[in-house]
Unconditional design. Sequence first.
Lengths: 488, 460
Amino acid sequence: MRIIHRLLALLALLVFAFGASAQTPQATPPPPATPHSGAFPKPAEQTLPNGLRVIVIERRESPLVSAQLLVKNGGEADPAELAGLADMTGSLLTKGTQSRDATKIAQEVESLGGSLNSGARWDSSYAQVSVMSTKIPQAMEILADVVRRPTFKSEEVERLRQQYLDNLTLALGDPGSIARFVAARVVFGESPYGHPLSGTTESLTRIAAADIAKMHSRYYRPDNAILVIGGDIAAKDGFALATKYFGDWSKPTAPLPSVDAAANNAAPKAGRVVVIDKPDAGQAAVYLARLGINRRDPDYFRGIVTNSVLSGYSGRLNQEIRIKRGLSYGAGSQLDARRDVGPFVASAQTKNESGAQVAELLLGEIARLSSSPPADAELTPRKAVLIGNFSRNLETVNGLVAQVATLALYGLSLDEINRYINNVQATTTADVQKFAGTRLDAKTSNIIIVGNARLFLPELQKKYPNVEVIPVSELDLNTALLRKKQQQ
Amino acid sequence: MARISTRLIPHVILVAFLLTLFALTGFAQTRMPQLKYTDRTLANGLRVLAAPDSSSPTVAIQVWYHVGSKDDPEKRSGFAHLFEHIMFKSTKNMKSEMMDRLTEDVGGFNNAFTNDDVTVYFEVVPSNYLETLIWAEADRLSGLNVDDANFKSERDVVKEEYRQGVLAPPYGRFFYMLQEKSFVDHPYKRPTIGSIEDLDAASLQDVQEFHSTYYRPDNATLVVVGDFDPKQLDVWIDKYFGPIPKPNRPLPRVKTKEPERKSETRFTEYGSNDLPAVGLTYLTPRQADPDSDVLRVADAILSAGESSRLYHSLIYTQQLAAEADSTSETREDASLFVLLAVLSAGKKSEDAEKSLLAEIKKLQDAPVSAAELEKAKNQIITDQLRQRETSNGKALALGEAAVLLGDPARVNTDLARLQAVTAADVQRVMKKYFTDANRMVLYYLPESAKQAKQMGEVRR
């Protein structure tokens, strides 16, 4: 972890009350010493003539290098009927190029001791290779090959389709996964973030090899991509490798496809209470979900500090649900800021009998952020958690590359890494109260519970007579209604 | 999967680490930083391993207690792990959750995990808090002060952990039973998470007895890696840990030996899974046995990455399985080599079993090529490098070498052991351990298959 001096100096002032009133050396904890300082690495960048933005971050402690090629569109670009197209396209990159078949790609990369992953997320698609630093030239050549010259052979498309269908079957056996799928549909309806990233049974069956090739040619182009290289490599060597393997990647003459940033503004009706009845569920997954913020929102830091008050081991959700009441192994929340407004989700898994109680506790804690906002004594440690997690994330090469890639993807200054701590520290109790009250209003949130409904539905219905109950066998992830149409 | 239980849901890096925790190996041709450490033992028996590294202003502190779920008291399966949770409640001088105040609240973190053989507590904090954490770890070794309300509430948390790990995921019970059915006599037959019934039977009195039996300085190893002054560290350790007495009573150790398997055993169980799963386990030697290194290489050949044999055969070529995996699950007294497959839709469990057996036979019949052997070694080495990127990862490697392999030096010398593994070694261990008589087979089928079968029986 690299925590810079200012942070530690500030935290050092927080000498524990019990430390200050020490009676004997054994009965109370000794206070902290003077903090030591550290620094984050500074990214260097260049844009190649074809428009490819290249970023190199040197970090020489471990002999490892990671390189990530990021395409600035992902699952949000899936056509409505073809959910999973971007993810399948991304996954197929490593399943065959003009000069290598799938087996050869895996063998070559793994012989280097490396790993090569590709796929799509929301807002981006990626191929990432991670190897010992001595092997990075060979690895970069393979990375460029899979990104630029994939063949999408039909036998590979069929193979991957079956794997996606099997994985979906596995996910639909797990209450937590079902709840995540349902939460996305409830929050985003039929707008771009509403579908499962890896598709539905129906959409996966529809995706054709031609759709995949079209997705690739439309979005995978140097002027819509970013290459981030991090770890045990000099910046000049990183730029040289980028030029060698990506410099002759030609930019198409067609204009870049535009992203419909307003697509999510037509948000569906909020305040739904949805139960997916899975009678054999060993536990209930309880989710509270609503619209959150986008990554460029001026309230971003106020948002993540607010979320940190709720989430993490000693966050309010886990305090109330796990520590005080023993109702779950863990409760937490995520504010997932994307290019467009992303979701805010608070969740916990609990025994089926406690499903309704845990839903009330989640809602209660969101509301309590406004009615009883965290004073400094509570807020300062929650900021420290956020800063500590951020700093530790930058401690590994993969974490460093991922952080920088995210900033680059959303067009944010790479120097935000070095402003992160100040931005977090500047957030006040009033900021949290305002953010919670205006952006996380509990009344416009949705509740989703997946579990054995018999054991929690009566209690839930007392408070929410409008609850929608959908047997898992009738669940349809293709529509915001979530229910299969009745057969005629 | 079911064998390690942690206080909190671990983040991804930790999961990746735990999967390879018992598979330490060395490093090939690339530059590999040696871990320089000091090793001393206090008069009360506490072993201290320390490795200074000021590349970042943080420090990792770990205490390894040589007690795991194999030491769970009779009819108290899951107790060692429940106890691990209790160690975060009131101790001699700390109130409940104070460990979180000393770590999380200052930008650090803490966690702990229990497996069959050890219980490990760890913290990473800004380095100026090192003395505070040395004090805190010494305090909870000195004594617990838990009340019944705290005990019961934390026991409920562990029961939810059981539900979340075993009952809720579609293959949770499958992994649980793979271990349960793999041992006959040895307490390893009780998975670390235990059972709801035994957890319900546990009492506050059990907690005090367990602490006084196993939580003693001569059963603990303190590991400190990161930004510190070694002389200052020694002073703090002597000050806070030094006065803790070494009890006179002997340390109980599990003596039960798992008998050799004489013939194949087969089980069929049913669950809420939609796709059938098949698991095979073979009994293999204790972790410190030299064959463990060879089995680690065999494991990588079988299942590391998409060029591995199981992936290539069962998933890619035959399209028989949605998942296919192997693990060399090493343990202190006796180990398991596990192979498993989750079937693709419409495929037969029997075919998956046949294919897994065919891959074993191939490794028995012909030596692996030099290139395939080298690839497996490179994969293991890169995994290890990633593990050791952080102070906490380095400390885990050092603790494992000292406590489970019996020699901290193995954190650096396992490279040579790995490099020495030959194709002939791989073929030899495949022939030696992967026999028909040494096999347990578990079919885990959807409940609907059972109903279909029963209806068929009625008709007959």
